[in-house]
Write a protein that binds this ligand. Structure first.
Ligand code: GDP
Length: 435
């Protein structure tokens, strides 16, 4: 699920990370690549159009172009949009008690999903669950649910007679409710949506008064699954969707389109035939998975600790262009070079020496672009930066050779200042950060 889309979006972000300075052109071509990736993943056209428009809006303007870590800015915007389109809402509260009516066409995995859900509530939340089969048209379906219930130690409602209609069974089951936290009703599927099916659903809904009306759709059906969800939702006012067969090679576009196109939230996804192959649908987790980020909060924390580590390295070891890059990144976070100087013991007096145009507020971005156009070897051994290397670097970051020369001069001056002040005075990076 999402493997292709994920690969493509991650490569767009990586490409941005390789550029020092973002230009409007780079942002626009990234957005275009994102648009094509979504279309390739079979996301519905209106969803793609709106998604791209919202992303453009977010990434427009100076804030992004001036950002210190452009790939993080684009990644964050993309993540936020994915979460919205996957249907995140602050008001979502997970269902833990009451009645669930399961709907769906034949063969979508409705009976299996009913049992999976029952097992999920029983094991994960220690709920007492009753399974009820209302598929009186197919005795085999009743037997299928009975066996699944028995094999997983879940109660199955047996108190009905041959000839009872689905509504009869539903009515009888209501008196057993008090003994259970959750009752799950599996209904009869049809080959396609028809009037008699909808009439039955409406009668069952009236009788049961379910807290959840879940439609099971086959994720392998792509946009047809979304169209199906829309028809059902229009007719019955669903409370949620379950996507099955997400272990197959579906491209994931239907999952990204469902909320927007069918105006219905995906609540669960099933990823296999086993009873445990079900998970709650969490837009934030799915968006992180699509962007291959694990957990975004963890990522942000990690990047913070990386900054501290690089600062420590700088102070503990020699000052080279890699250290300068780390400092420049810190600069924007702590209020420019002067802000940094304030943090460093004994540096305050040297402020005037550093009040050169090269260190003005906008410079860190240009300086970063220049440093990032260098090879690792050049950053670690700036003395090898001869004229031809400087020309190559200038070309690589779309700046002039004089800019590269100026950066190297400033680096040399900063290095002199640093080594004088730090000699014999080992300052721990953590202490610097705390002051
Ligand atoms: P129903 O007719 O809608 O009740 O469908 P069933 O529950 O009988 O499922 C039909 C088939 O799909 C069964 O063989 C299930 O094991 C299979 N199935 C259900 N959910 C999944 C899933 O998430 N992944 C895979 N691979 N198979 C599934």
């Amino acid at each position: 699920m999402f493997a292709n889309l994920s690969d493509k979006l991650v490569s767009v972000i990586k490409k941005i990370g390789g550029r020092g300075i973002l230009t409007e052109g780079i942002v626009n071509s990234a957005i275009e690549e994102i648009r094509i990736s979504l279309l390739d993943a079979d996301v519905a056209l209106p969803v793609v159009k709106d998604f791209v428009a919202k992303l453009k809006e977010k990434l427009a303007g100076r804030k992004v172009l001036n950002s210190i870590a452009p790939e993080q800015t684009v990644l964050r915007a993309l993540y936020d949009e994915l979460v919205v389109f996957l249907g995140y809402s602050d008001n979502d509260s997970n269902f833990r008690r009451g009645k669930i009516l399961m709907l769906g066409l034949q063969g979508t995995g409705k009976t299996t999903t009913s049992a999976k859900l029952a097992n999920f509530f029983k094991n994960k939340f220690n709920r007492k669950v009753l399974l009820v089969s209302l598929d009186t048209y197919r005795p085999a379906a009743i037997e299928q649910l009975r066996v699944l219930a028995r094999n997983n130690s879940i109660d199955f409602f047996e108190d009905f007679l041959p000839g009872d209609t689905p509504v009869d069974i539903a009515r009888k089951s209501l008196s057993a409710q008090d003994k259970y936290d959750i009752t799950i009703y599996d209904t009869a599927g049809r080959l396609h949506i028809d009037e008699s099916m909808m009439d039955e659903v409406i009668s069952l809904k009236q009788c049961i008064q379910p807290n959840e009306l879940l439609l099971v759709v086959d994720g392998m059906m792509g946009q047809d699954a979304v169209n199906m969800a829309k028809s059902f939702n229009d007719a019955t006012k669903l409370t949620g969707l379950v996507f099955t067969r997400m272990d197959g090679d579906s491209k994931g576009g239907a999952v990204l389109s469902a909320k927007y196109m069918a105006n219905c939230q995906i609540k669960y996804i099933c990823t296999g035939e086993k009873i445990s192959d079900i998970e709650e649908f969490n837009p934030k987790r799915i968006a992180s998975r699509i962007l291959d980020q694990g957990d975004m909060r963890g990522l942000i924390e990690k990047s913070r600790s990386l900054d501290q580590a690089s600062l420590q390295k700088t102070i503990d070891n020699k000052f080279d262009l890699e250290s300068m890059e780390a400092y420049l990144v810190q600069l924007t976070k702590i209020g420019g070079l002067h802000g940094m100087m304030k943090l460093m013991p004994g540096m305050n007096k040297l402020k005037s020496q550093l009040e050169r145009p090269a260190f003005s507020e906008k410079i860190p971005l240009r300086a970063l672009a220049i440093i990032r156009a260098m090879t690792k070897e050049e950053r670690r051994n700036p003395q090898i930066l001869n004229a031809s290397r400087r020309r190559r670097i200038a070309k690589g970051c779309a700046q002039e050779v004089v800019d590269v020369n100026r950066l190297i001069k400033d680096f040399e001056m900063l290095k002199r200042v640093m080594s004088k002040k730090l000699a014999g005075k080992k300052v721990r990076a953590m202490d610097l950060m705390r002051r």
